[in-house]
Design a protein around this ligand. Sequence first.
Ligand code: BG6
Length: 508
Amino acid sequence: MSSAVNPLRDAQDRRLPRIAGPSGLVIFGVTGDLSRKKLMPAVYDLANRGLLPPGFSLVGFARRDWEHEDFAQVVHDAVREHARTPFREEVWQQLAQGMRFVSGVFDDDDAFRTLKATIEELDKSRGTGGNFAFYLSVPPKFFPTVVSQLKEHGLSDGQGDSWRRAVIEKPFGHDLKSAQDLNSVVHDVFRPSEVFRIDHYLGKETVQNILALRFANTMFEPLWNRSYVDHVQITMAEDIGIGGRAGYYDGIGSARDVIQNHLLQLLALTAMEEPVSFEAKPLVTEKMKVLNSVRLPEDLAAHTVRGQYAAGWQGGRKVLGYLDEDGIDPQSGTDTYAAIKLEIDNRRWAGVPFYLRTGKRLGRRVTEIAVVFQRAPHSPFGATDTQELGQNALVIRVQPDEGVTIRFGSKVPGTQMEIRDVTMDFAYGESFTESSPEAYERLILDVLLGDANLFPRHQEVERSWEILDPIEEHWERHGKPEQYPAGTWGPAAADEMLARDGRSWRRP
Ligand code: BG6
């Protein structure tokens, strides 16, 4: 076998653990939810798995009047509550010795001077080597201040061989224009290769498995095109409501929250051509090609739907409607459900619709990509024999219950010819003993290693807004979202949208 054409040729090397070199992480917005529930536990889990250097250091930056010990205690509690791996005192002690807290607001020069001194002290005491990543877990309106402060105080440039990187959380803008503005603010200070934009879906094992499934096998790719595929459904359904996130969510809505990023990334990975390698640049090239070929339907009223959850029942419990949630404007027209149809104008996909949908307070939590195949061109069976036969489908179950299902028709045992759908299943839990790392573990480690493969570049972010903007503008001009009872599968209009195309949504 020629190694030059085998994209998985480095598999041997990849089995070696990838361990970050001397480094530290500074988190802005360290008192927020994301930091407590995801970032702090991920740092501990990485340390526990031996993937961080012994002197790794974690610096929190926030307004609170905390001492280093108070910060360490907060991290400790977050780790005890949310970490994936067991708590080990010796790992914790080593990590805790490298924890520092800097108290201040973002435009406070003294606080940034203290941050600089803290980093220099850590370089000496912990051997962090001047290598620091700055994680901006703050609303985008603070990006300009934080990045310009980093520049002003000489923190954005590494000395000699050391590196400085910026990690940016979504939302990355709320439309194309604001995303371009943010990109230019960040790129004034950091080089593109130093900027890591988080889309945590790309850190999920099952999302990376889309590439393995498609490009490490021979049996799927020949069918992966307009000759065999009828349509593709990408679903991200959540059973939760907006919880305590009214401030972030109201006015943003479901399409900006997850279609612009997670779902369009899933579409890109499902539909793109094989990249030359899985390095960042070739991956972006292929994702951009396919995102550039995405076309919106002309009639947005017929092919997009938005909804908002009303009160209902979920898990045997009565839950509030969106408009009654804490902190939500009772007149709010924010969507908590969105469904859109997209076409991809290229040779592989011409005429194959991609249906994307997402929603909060739906029937259950499930994210999946279903590639639904055409019916057989001719059936030698009678209509009654096949009345329970659906379309063949390959379903990538992103979460929960991670795996892949193939659905096909099979003869029901008995004397008659009767054909019914059956499934063949691959479940991660059964095939692998090791549990999947949390997305944030993978992504934080990649930042420290400078590995940019799983981070969307600014072109992708901007192109995704360019796709979504006309839909948002259309919705803004046309009334309010349709209400759907919590615990159901969204507004009736979404079913009608597919019915018009002679199709129906899967009920996962
Ligand atoms: C985030 C969204 O990006 O993803 C949230 O802002 C959503 O609204 C979350 O709940 C879902 O993530 P996961 O990993 O639980 O599917």
